[in-house]
Design a protein around this ligand. Sequence first.
Ligand SMILES: NC(=O)c1ccc[n+]([C@@H]2O[C@H](COP(=O)([O-])OP(=O)(O)OC[C@H]3O[C@@H](n4cnc5c(N)ncnc54)[C@H](OP(=O)(O)O)[C@@H]3O)[C@@H](O)[C@H]2O)c1
Length: 309
Amino acid sequence: MTKWTYSDIPSQEGRVAIVTGANSGLGYFTARGLAEKGCEVIMACRNTDKGEVARAALLEQEPAARLKVMELDLSDLGSVHHFADAFRSSYKNLDLLINNAGLMAIPLRRTVQGFEMQFGVNHLGHFALTALLFDLLKATERSRIVNVSSAAHKMGEIRFDDINWEKGYSKWRAYGMSKLANIHFTHELADKVAARGIDIRVVAAHPGYSDSKLIEKGPEMNGQQLMVRAGRFVNSFVAQRTEMGALPQLFAATLPDAVHRGYYGPGGFGGMRGYPQRTYPLRRKVSKDVQERLWALSEKMTGLSFLSK
Ligand SMILES: NC(=O)c1ccc[n+]([C@@H]2O[C@H](COP(=O)([O-])OP(=O)(O)OC[C@H]3O[C@@H](n4cnc5c(N)ncnc54)[C@H](OP(=O)(O)O)[C@@H]3O)[C@@H](O)[C@H]2O)c1
């Protein structure tokens, strides 16, 4: 395993990236890593006040960084359309789309369109965002899409017969399903792009286990302050630093020879910590049949069709 780190990110001068969920955790460090190397980074955040606080913190460290906060709430397809329109009115190219934002193991909630929240935000919102920006990515040389999944994909099943968890909601199984969807989406998008000879590299990454705020959101929504503190406590000695956890997605986004349809994660203990390297999703969880069915379902649920003909 090579000790690839922030200083190894190649120059990103002249490039434009969108990082969803860039105000916090892995998204924050992803924005930092790209901006330090000259990339203009659009910090796509559901709460623009939090986004501006994060932007100010990044600018303190890197005054020359080119950072812009734009509002994007992935739990509302209307907001995804609005974000894409606003982006298109200012930019004609998009070099990197980093589909990073996410929620984990939250109580049952619904998106504005009525989808189960984890599937809605972690997968469908990003599916819609990618569809709406696809032509800009296509028009940009050497562009790339990175989907952030998780080791939790291993406990996922795509429940085609109850995609919105109308029955027997399990917050962890729903998270696993959404993260497995990230892998299937990556594979089907990569296959479609390759079959059409389009010059976009499509990759997935996961951070292992990092000490971000992800673990706190579920208990916070349930008003369980003790569990929030317990999560922080566990993180403080089990998880690796978020700065380290962001490396696989930066590796996937910037490594010149990153493999189309590849998956990148930490190479250390149990794939949960360490420097980034190529890894593989659990083989028995992925199949062409499921990825095709998920694509068709995602088009139907979002009302957005792309690369289907
Ligand atoms: N940390 C880990 O160990 C770990 C492990 C495996 C995978 N991951 C994945 O890594 C990604 C980033 O998570 P993180 O660990 O950095 O957690 P985090 O610190 O909680 O950051 C998550 C980001 O997603 C944003 N977000 C949540 N709901 C959103 C919505 N509806 N629309 C737009 N943005 C929304 C959050 O915004 P707010 O700040 O406004 O809530 C935040 O900016 C997720 O996809 C997660 O599944 C993390």
